[in-house]
Design a protein. Structure first.
Length: 376
């Protein structure tokens, strides 16, 4: 699955150059899965183990399950990299894992191959662990471990093939609709609405199980349905948002009256006269009528307060040559994607090192509201 997760995660390192992170929500599902395996699954399957072995095997199984999820996401990532599509990160979280693809996939064929790669990896892992069971048939703990991992990887592959966005099956479905209609936005809407349908179905099943006495299982299934519906709804809104912005360029939404401050202005003066007095949070820095950089509230906060009176804007600014910039003729939707990739809320609009204005997320939202009011 490829979707948004929270930005609170613990870095684990890199694989194939891709940053691997652990979202804080992972610890909740790790604890629940370990408890379930140690308290229910392993005691029911193997009745004569010492209590400590149940907990050890529960924790080991949970860790190897998430290692399997990581391999599932690496399957997506390897195929994406094969087609020169960047992968920003992989994060393990409460619902499994997410590979953050750093750009639009170029075709329906690539979308299909990237989407199907994860379930294929999970299915191969299920086959591998099934074969490993025969090799360790005389070692009960390992046999039980491989049996569970084979089952859970098979279940992961089947679940992800449900044809509803944002599951892998939903992306496969989107690729097929995209190939048939030649319209990616329309395909996204169809697949996302299918995802909402499956989300409602999971919620219904969950509520039904709750009323039939399976409270824990019902709540979990309903929670998964709620998550699917929310993720699919976000994709529907994003596709509609993209459609509204289609054909519009950065020059139409940018602010041509960017706030500027001289390079020798102190941070204390900047805060007192411009930030507190004017409410601005981002400024272009000028020297002799030339724009030389940009300073933001975030960069000011990095300087100790007692140094504000002696530190100039030029000392703290990000030089123009290092700034992420955008051309005024760039499509607005592409500009928003660049902001997301770069992790910024505004971009200077430049051409040939001449600054035309500033594009901000707030400016794009205001432009979108204007379009809606005009019925455009």
């Amino acid at each position: 699955m490829r979707k948004l997760v929270s930005g609170h995660n613990i870095p684990l390192g890199r694989i194939l150059g891709i940053p691997i992170g652990l979202d804080y929500s992972w610890f909740l599902i790790f604890g629940l899965l370990t408890w379930m395996l140690a308290g229910s699954y392993y005691p029911a399957e193997f009745k004569n183990w010492p209590p400590l072995l149940y907990w050890f095997m529960g924790a080991a199984t949970a860790i190897l399950f998430f290692a399997s999820v990581l391999l599932h996401e690496l399957g997506h990532s390897v195929v994406a990299l094969r087609f020169h599509v960047p992968v920003r990160s992989i994060t393990l979280f409460i619902f499994g894992g997410v590979a953050q693809i750093g750009g639009e996939l170029p075709s329906a064929k690539v979308e299909f191959l990237v989407a199907i790669a994860g379930p294929i990896v999970s299915m191969l892992l299920a086959v591998l662990f099934t074969m490993a069971q025969a090799a360790v048939s005389g070692i009960q703990p390992l046999w039980g471990l491989f049996k569970y991992l084979a089952l859970i990887n098979f279940s992961l592959a089947i679940f992800n093939l449900i044809p509803g966005f944002p599951l892998d099956g939903g992306r496969v479905f989107r690729a097929l609709v995209w190939a048939a209609t030649k319209d990616m936005r329309r395909a996204t809407l169809v697949a996302a609405n299918a995802g909402r349908l499956f989300g409602f179905l999971f919620i219904f099943i969950g509520v039904w199980k709750i009323f039939n006495g399976d409270f824990g299982g019902g709540v979990w299934i309903a929670f998964i349905g709620w998550f699917l519906d929310n993720a699919a709804s976000a994709q529907v809104h994003q596709a509609m948002f993209q459609g509204l912005l289609a054909g519009h360029t950065v020059s139409q939404a940018m602010s041509s009256h960017s706030a500027t401050v001289p390079a020798d202005l102190t941070l204390q003066q900047l805060v007192d006269e411009h930030i507190l007095g004017g409410g601005q949070r981002c400024f272009l820095v000028t020297r002799d009528a030339d724009t030389v950089g940009m300073i933001t509230l975030h960069r000011i906060k990095e300087v100790p307060r007692h140094d504000w009176a002696t530190t100039s804007a030029a000392q703290v600014m990000l030089p123009l040559k290092q700034l992420k910039r955008i051309d005024p003729d760039t499509q607005l939707w592409i500009a928003l994607q660049q902001m997301d990739r770069d992790g910024v809320n505004q971009l200077p609009v430049t051409r040939d090192n001449h600054v035309f204005g500033m594009l901000s997320r707030e400016g794009v939202i205001t432009f979108l509201r204007t379009l809606q009011e005009l019925g455009a």
